[in-house]
Design a protein around this ligand. Structure first.
Ligand SMILES: Cc1cc2nc3c(=O)[nH]c(=O)nc-3n(C[C@H](O)[C@H](O)[C@H](O)COP(=O)(O)OP(=O)(O)OC[C@H]3O[C@@H](n4cnc5c(N)ncnc54)[C@H](O)[C@@H]3O)c2cc1C
Length: 391
């Protein structure tokens, strides 16, 4: 039987919806988690989990398993082909998790889902929310399910339903920003790669940018700009990108594309994170360039903060005004992340020999100025935004 009543309806069982469900399940807060897919996603998308995210997720009891499945790295380099412009290190971070953890998003979701089931929670797959209406003290959500149309009555509705969020639309909240011209490709590959498997590299090149990040099981994630990208880039596409933007030693050989996709770049933040009892988190609230690998990380921290706020209100009987704390903390965090991702993307895509030389000289200087480097490391790890997760 599909549940008819709940305190918290979570729409979307991506990483943020799953993390919130685990937090609420642990706190004993009644909730229902639904997703329109027939089962969990199998797309790799986000590949990195940063130190601050790992810290905030400790209380979910998933960090050991994520760490066991992932690849722990400490180096991130900005390069112009063979020349290293800036070397960042994450092993000196002021954190119990001084590293970057590489793990494909579907694995992160699998770990969260396993934890939810272990705690006695569940996901209602095949359940698509078509609208959410205000109704007395709460909300009615209409869903198309495998059992037919169903209505769920909830006190609070959380939109964890991604960029095209139906919850955001039902709440009448604007998604302000823009969509960039051009497209990106994303591929998980097996290849010969002379840089090795201990460094995440961001290559700047006149023909576009390319990120190469090692993943567990000898795989690499490649993310790159590409004009007129095909729907599923193949070996030749990735080989040609890396041959023209990566090391010039001729030793790069892409042997297999395990999964690939193309996507457009958006840069948007919701004008509000809340309209009374309807709340937004993750990509429903903010989307931006993947440069710096921040999207899922910011969303997971949203989920942890919202979990604490909803626990206070639903379980501990605190006034609903507490919900305002969530927006007050998390929207500024997203605005900072958007600005950082935008800066990194802009730097990577600078055109013209003179402007590129100036950029390279500036980054070379930054590499020698310790405090500025530390600041960038803290920004990327999320630790500089710790204050935005403290209730
Ligand atoms: C190419 C690419 C690379 C990226 N790389 C990184 C990276 O390296 N690091 C990083 O941190 N982030 C990265 N991101 C961003 C990251 O993938 C997202 O931030 C993350 O998936 C957001 O999680 P979410 O739970 O908010 O939303 P989603 O993952 O989009 O999940 C939303 C869920 O809601 C469900 N849903 C939608 N509508 C409905 C409905 N009406 N009813 C029921 N269910 C619904 C969907 O089926 C889906 O399961 C990348 C994104 C892309 C596209």
């Amino acid at each position: 039987m599909f549940p008819q009543f709940t305190d918290v309806l979570i729409v979307g069982a991506g990483p943020t919806g799953l993390a919130l469900a685990v937090a609420l399940q642990q706190a004993g807060v009644d909730h229902v988690l639904v997703d329109k897919l027939p089962s969990g996603q199998n797309t790799s998308r986000a590949a990195v989990i940063h130190a601050h995210t790992l810290e905030t997720m400790e209380k979910l009891g998933v960090v050991d398993e994520l760490t066991r499945r992932g690849l722990s790295l400490i180096r991130f380099a900005l390069r112009d082909r063979d020349r290293t412009l800036l070397n960042l290190r994450f092993d000196q971070l002021p954190s119990r998790h001084a590293k970057i953890l590489m793990l494909p998003q579907d694995e992160t979701e699998a770990v969260l889902q396993e934890r939810l089931l272990e705690l006695g929670g569940s996901v209602h797959w095949n359940a698509t929310v078509s609208s959410v209406e205000r109704n007395g003290d709460g909300y009615t959500a209409w869903l198309a399910t495998s059992e037919g149309e169903r209505a769920v009555q909830a006190r609070f509705v959380v939109g964890a339903d991604g960029m095209h969020s139906i919850v955001r639309q039902s709440a009448g909240i604007a998604f302000e920003g823009e969509t960039y011209a051009g497209s990106f490709v994303l591929a998980d590959v097996m290849m010969d790669w002379s840089v090795g498997s201990e460094e995440v590299s961001l290559f700047f090149s006149p023909s576009g940018m390319a990120v190469v990040a090692p993943l567990p099981h000898d795989r690499y994630r490649v993310v790159a700009t590409m004009e007129n990208a095909p729907e599923q880039p193949d070996i030749a596409d990735i080989q040609s990108i890396l041959a023209s933007r990566g090391p010039s030693d001729g030793r790069t050989k892409v042997r297999e594309v395990l999964w690939s996709s193309r996507f457009r770049l958006h840069h948007r933040v919701a004008s509000a994170y809340r309209n009374e009892g309807m709340l937004l988190m993750g990509d429903a609230a903010h989307v931006h360039s993947p440069a710096g690998g921040q999207g899922m990380n910011t969303g997971l921290v949203d989920a942890m903060v919202l979990g604490d706020v909803l626990t206070r209100v639903v379980r501990d009987g605190k006034p609903e005004t507490e919900l305002g704390r969530y927006e007050a903390l998390r929207r500024p965090a997203a605005v900072e992340v958007l600005a950082m991702a935008d800066r990194l993307t802009g730097l990577a895509m600078i055109q013209g020999g003179f402007r590129r030389s100036v950029r390279n000289v500036a980054l070379g200087a930054l590499d020698r100025i310790g405090p500025l480097k530390r600041k960038l490391e803290l920004d990327l790890s999320g630790l500089s935004r710790k204050a935005y997760s403290k209730l």
